[in-house]
Design a protein around this ligand. Structure first.
Ligand code: HEC
Ligand code: HEC
Length: 269
């Protein structure tokens, strides 16, 4: 028998379909921004938020841009996360994780047991093993390693590019080029990282990265009216470095951006 349009079965099915479509739309609207944010998330960025939440920055990144004094310790200060001295304390990501978990490393305890140092210092690194999960410790270690630039490119031109980026780029694009620092009014609310999905959308290859650096934009992205509209509202804009950096420095910084992408922010060299 052929169902007719006023057949209750057909009407019920049509209603169900409408409800299903509405529910999907509502879920899509509610979840899309979070999904887009999660897409751009990475260990360095997560570690940075954890460091703020768990008090690490109180001791390791003094808001006064001056290291926190630690009388009696070997260096007289708590090592800042951006001090560049991490290599004196740890050789690998595993050792950085050990610091966070245990408040020191087995290697250092052995050294100090023979050398006698480290016993009278005012401030001690707390052991966070009981408070943090392993994945959180791993993210924190990624953040500490990127902040300290524990690993650097082995060769030019990327090595020069690292100096250029530290001076000109990372305040906006974050340590390790991890992105995520605030940009009110922009499409996602944050400055994109120099690697990862956002960067891949905005700069597809070496030539496009170089174009961003030189001109502060990309003709391909500009050609898209919605992108132009979204970008017009952002508080922080990508500067054009064409007149500011030499050709050599521009090439070097592009090579460094590629190195960051390969090493996920310098965490896995
Ligand atoms: C009470 C202050 C204090 C807090 C809070 C603190 N630390 Fe430390 N941390 C220290 C001190 C002091 C040292 C140096 C220890 C030494 O020389 O024995 C240190 C050393 C370290 C080191 C090795 C040295 C280096 O250059 O980084 C790491 C890694 C580290 N801390 C990570 C963290 C993380 C991650 C957190 C938060 C989960 C944290 N710390 C919270 C005081 C602190
Ligand atoms: C004042 C903050 C600021 C500084 C400094 C800055 N950028 Fe940007 N950059 C941005 C913003 C914001 C965007 C996103 C622009 C947009 O969507 O219009 C961006 C986009 C980019 C892009 C394309 C998207 C991506 O994430 O890959 C590249 C590549 C880039 N910047 C590289 C650099 C380099 C290299 C330097 C240093 C020479 C630098 N930027 C310095 C803010 C900055």
């Amino acid at each position: 028998m052929v169902p007719r349009c006023y057949d209750p079965g057909v009407i019920r099915r049509a209603l169900l379909l409408v409800v299903a479509v509405l529910v999907c739309l509502a879920l899509g609207i509610a979840l899309a921004p979070a999904a887009l944010r999660a897409r751009a998330d990475n260990p360095i960025w997560r570690g940075q938020r954890l460091a703020a939440r768990h008090g690490c920055l109180n001791c390791h990144r003094a808001p006064l841009r001056q290291d926190l004094a630690n009388p009696g310790s070997p260096f007289d200060v708590v090592p800042g996360f951006d001090s560049g001295d991490l290599a004196l304390y740890a050789e690998s990501k595993a050792e950085v994780e050990e610091w966070i978990r245990d408040g020191s490393t087995a290697r250092l305890r052995a050294d100090r047991a023979t050398g006698g140092g480290g016993r009278t210092q005012l401030l001690r690194m707390p052991a966070f093993g009981g408070r943090l999960r392993d994945d959180e410790i791993s993210d924190l270690a990624a953040f500490v390693i990127a902040s300290n630039a524990l690993h650097s490119p082995a060769a030019e031109p990327a090595r020069l590019g690292e100096d250029v980026a530290r001076r000109h780029c990372l305040s906006c694009h974050n340590v390790g080029g991890a992105g995520g620092l605030a940009n009110p009014g922009s499409a996602f609310g944050y400055v994109p990282g120099l690697w990862g999905p956002d960067a891949g959308d905005l700069a597809r290859d070496r030539a496009e990265i170089a174009e961003w650096v030189r001109t502060g934009t990309s003709r391909r992205v500009d050609a898209w009216p919605l992108a132009r509209r979204l970008r017009a509202g952002q508080a922080v804009e990508m500067p054009a470095f064409g007149e500011v950096l030499s050709e050599e420095e521009q090439e070097a910084v592009v090579a460094y951006v590629e190195w960051l992408a390969r090493t996920r922010g310098g965490v896995t060299p």
